[in-house]
Design a protein around this ligand. Structure first.
Ligand SMILES: [Zn+2]
Length: 280
C-alpha cells in the first residue's frame, strides 16, 4: 500500500489513514486535506469514496463534477437513496451537518492527540450522530468494554463520558455516563493493557485498553483529575473510621485492665471518657 496521498503526494499521517475512510477504489488513499477539498466539490465522496478511483477524482477536480463508474450508473437510484438515508441515521441528520460535524470531530480528536487504532474507524463515523451539535471532545482513548469483542472508544466531553463500540457488521453500542452519575474512576495497571473503571451508583464499568498503554494512562490521569476530586473528603472519612476502630480496641484493652484489677473503676471510667471524647 502506498504511503502517500494519491492526489498531492504528501506523506500520509496516521490521522489520515486511521481516522478517515480515505481509501479509493484503486487502492490509493487521500490525505484528509485532499478529502476535504474534493468532498467540498462533491459530497458523495465523503460517503462513497471507495467507489472512486484517483482518475475519477482528478476529473472531478478539473470539471467540477465526476463521471461515475459504470457499476454506479447501473445501480438503481432508489438503492443509492436508501444507502444515503441509512447513512443519515434514524434522526435524519442532514448530510451537510453530518459532514461538518465529522470534520469537527476529527479535528478535535487530533487536538486531544488520541491514539486510536484502525479498528475504531466505524465508531468515529458514528460520532456525529452520538454527540450533541455543540459537544466538544476533551479527551479520548482507545478502550474496549470488558468482556466484549468489539473495539471501542472512550470519550470525555464537558458534561459526560461516552463509550462507543461497533462490530464490523453490528450496530453501534453507545453508553452514556453523565458526570453526575460517575462517583469515581480507577485504573488497574496491567502490564500490557490497563483497565479503566468507571464507578457509578449501581455498577462498575470496565474498559480494557489494548491499543496503547501510555495513551490509556495519559487519558486516565486526565479523568482522574476530573472525577476523583471528591476523593480527599472520602479518604478523610475513611481515616476517621480507622481511628474509631483503634479507639474501640483500646476500650477493650481498658476493660481487660479493669477486669484484671490493674485499673480501678474510677481510673477505668476516666480513661473510657477520654477515649470516647475522641470519637466525637
Ligand atoms: Zn493529499
Amino acid at each position: 500500500m502506498s504511503n502517500t496521498c494519491a492526489l498531492c503526494s504528501a506523506e500520509l499521517t496516521s490521522i489520515d489513514t486511521l481516522l478517515g475512510e480515505n481509501k479509493l477504489s484503486d487502492g490509493g488513499s487521500l490525505c484528509n486535506k485532499c478529502l476535504d477539498k474534493v468532498s467540498s466539490i462533491h459530497q458523495e465522496l465523503l460517503y462513497n469514496l471507495n467507489t472512486f478511483s484517483i482518475n475519477d477524482i482528478k476529473s472531478l477536480i478539473q470539471n467540477g463534477k465526476v463521471e461515475p463508474r459504470a457499476d454506479i450508473i447501473t445501480q438503481p437510484s432508489e438503492e443509492r437513496d436508501v444507502f444515503i438515508a441509512e447513512n443519515a441515521g434514524p434522526d435524519s441528520m442532514s448530510r451537510e451537518l453530518y459532514k461538518r460535524r465529522l470534520k469537527e470531530i476529527r479535528y478535535e480528536l487530533e487536538q486531544v492527540t488520541a491514539n486510536l487504532s484502525m479498528f475504531t474507524k466505524g465508531e468515529i463515523k458514528e460520532l456525529p450522530r452520538i454527540l450533541n451539535e455543540n459537544e466538544r471532545i476533551i479527551a479520548a482513548t482507545d478502550a474496549q468494554l470488558s468482556k466484549t469483542l468489539d473495539a471501542g472508544i472512550l470519550l470525555v466531553t464537558p458534561d459526560r463520558m461516552i463509550s462507543v463500540s461497533k462490530g464490523m457488521f453490528s450496530d453501534v453500542i453507545v453508553k452514556k455516563y453523565p458526570n453526575e452519575t460517575i462517583n469515581e474512576v480507577s485504573i488497574v495497571n496491567n502490564p500490557l493493557s490497563p483497565v479503566i473503571k468507571l464507578h457509578t451508583a449501581d455498577k462498575i464499568e470496565e474498559f480494557e485498553c489494548f491499543c496503547d498503554k501510555a495513551d490509556a494512562e495519559r487519558f486516565y490521569s486526565f479523568i482522574d483529575k476530573i472525577y476523583n476530586k471528591e476523593k480527599p473528603r472520602k479518604q478523610a472519612a475513611r481515616s476517621k473510621e480507622i481511628s474509631s476502630e483503634v479507639i474501640f480496641e483500646q476500650l477493650e484493652k481498658l476493660g481487660k485492665l479493669r477486669e484484671n484489677g490493674i485499673l480501678t473503676d474510677e481510673e477505668f471510667a476516666d480513661q473510657k471518657k477520654k477515649l470516647l471524647d475522641q470519637l466525637l
